[in-house]
Design a protein around this ligand. Structure first.
Ligand SMILES: [Fe+2]
Length: 466
């Protein structure tokens, strides 16, 4: 699922006139009210975290030969492990040429080795400042934390309008969707498996309409990695014209290929929550399907978008890595960077194209899951879309007003997977945060290199910034 902004609000996924999309966020009007969760259900201890095993100081040292080595030697002397070091000319000792060294290390000021370290450093420095704890937006730091995601949604009326939703006035459809979203809300990360849904004949009929038709559209248009994965998923995951695959089977397959997994979600996630999940190699997916009256259209994410657009690509390391890069960059990032990252996600993971043997091919899920977008994107007619080389800075800064109810007027094309990887990594690395993060594959935890405090913010808080 993905999200995006609508009228200065986070909205949901894409898609579009006679096509559909995905994603997270809002569109409350489309989500039955009784699937909503209130903030009050989130326990107080879920709202904050504080990294207690890191300490930070600023040491001002004279700019003279060997002084830094001498200071670092003190860390060796007391067996204190440095985790981060930065330097810049001192603001307060300009005439005497001094540098401020920002040093983060493991331990607390209550530890004896740290107290001794501070004492020695104070003697050799012009000044020593004990750093406070930067407050950052809360983010999940371990696998269990993902169960705190998806517990709230934006308020009704945001994003997709009632009139846009073919199923909004169908009580039976809403009841069925409630049932499926409840399964997702009950799911916990360490449950044995993602709940299986026994789809009705009507639901399978919608899938049957879309599946073969989309497959025909992929010929000569989708990147080869997509077609290869889809063939494998037909073999191992239950992808077939007459069968809606189960998230559990896809998840198991993806785990074996790239370590990614799919977590069911009951509604539209906030932008921050959705992107945060990607850092853990977790893709949040809806499990319900669009209304049968309009099988080629959905104003919000559904299982056709998730499975036909995203799932095959998550078996590909390139696509999976690009997604995780954006996810890692979203952890605790400043609020005003979220829409930038969302826009970057939009024009790559959702609507990206990549050159393949001299031809443009689609890898974005928003293209691959939409009949209209596939036709438009590869149109040979005079009124065809525009294509630009991938430029992450340009995308993030100047293209946040992309349309969600019509096809994209332009697309960004990477020269290769390596080209996309380098450009996205460079953009993400430049996002200002007072700490660095690392995903530990073995423990499935996020590690940070500095002492920080994560403070939970509701979607509404974020929304105000848009
Ligand atoms: Fe999507």
């Amino acid at each position: 699922m993905f999200y995006r902004l609508v009228s200065r609000r986070i909205s949901s996924t894409h898609h579009v006139g006679k096509r559909f999309f995905t994603t997270s966020q809002t569109a409350q009007a489309a989500v039955p009210a009784d699937t909503m969760r209130d903030n009050s259900e989130i326990a107080e201890d879920q709202r904050y975290f504080e990294v207690n095993d890191k300490t930070g100081i600023i040491v001002t040292l004279k700019d003279e030969k060997g002084v830094l080595n001498k200071a670092l030697g003190v860390f060796d002397k007391y067996g204190v492990c440095l985790s981060h070091i930065e330097s810049k000319p001192s603001k307060f000792y300009k005439k005497s040429k001094a540098y401020d060294f920002y040093l983060d290390f493991e331990g607390s000021f209550d530890d004896e080795p740290v107290r001794n370290l501070i004492s020695d450093l104070s003697k050799m420095s012009k000044h020593l400042t004990i750093c406070g704890t930067p407050e950052v937006p809360w983010f999940p730091t371990n696998f269990y934390d993902l169960d705190k995601i998806g517990k709230e949604t934006l308020s009704e009326g945001d994003g997709i309008q009632e009139a846009d939703h073919p199923g909004f006035r169908d009580e039976e459809y809403k009841k069925r969707r409630n049932f499926i979203t409840e399964l997702a809300l009950k799911y916990q990360m360490y449950d044995k498996e993602v709940p299986r849904v026994e789809y009705t004949d009507t639901e399978v009929g919608v899938w049957q309409h879309c599946y073969p038709k989309l497959k025909k559209h992929y010929v000569g248009r989708a990147v080869k990695e997509f077609n290869e994965s889809l063939a494998q998923m037909e073999k191992y995951c239950g992808f077939a014209e007459d069968n809606i695959p189960q998230l559990e089977d896809i998840s198991q397959y993806l785990i074996s290929k790239t370590g990614w997994r799919i977590r069911p979600v009951g509604g539209l996630l906030s932008q921050r929550e959705f992107l945060n999940g990607l850092a853990f190699k977790v893709f949040h997916s809806t499990q319900y399907i669009r209304h049968h009256s309009a099988p080629e259209y959905t104003p919000e994410p559904d299982i056709i978008h998730e499975l036909m657009g995203h799932a095959p690509m998550f078996a590909n390391k390139h696509y999976a890595d690009l997604s995780q890069m954006i996810g890692l960059a979203s952890l605790g990032c400043p609020d005003h960077y979220l829409p930038r990252l969302g826009t970057l996600y939009w024009f790559t993971i959702e609507f990206g194209l990549c050159m393949e043997e001299g031809e443009r091919k689609a890898y974005g899920a928003g293209i691959l899951s939409s009949f209209g977008e596939l036709d438009w994107c590869f149109s040979q007619e005079e009124k065809a879309p525009k294509f630009f080389p991938l430029d992450c800075e340009e995308i993030a800064e100047n293209h946040g007003d992309f349309p969600i109810s019509s096809v994209q007027p332009y697309y960004f094309v990477s020269e290769s997977w390596e080209d996309a990887r380098k450009k996205i990594r460079d953009y993400c690395d430049a996002i200002p945060r007072p700490f660095n993060v690392f995903y530990n594959e073995k423990t499935q935890n996020i590690e940070v290199d500095r002492k920080i405090k994560g403070v939970y913010k509701t979607c509404k808080d974020n929304e105000l910034l848009f």
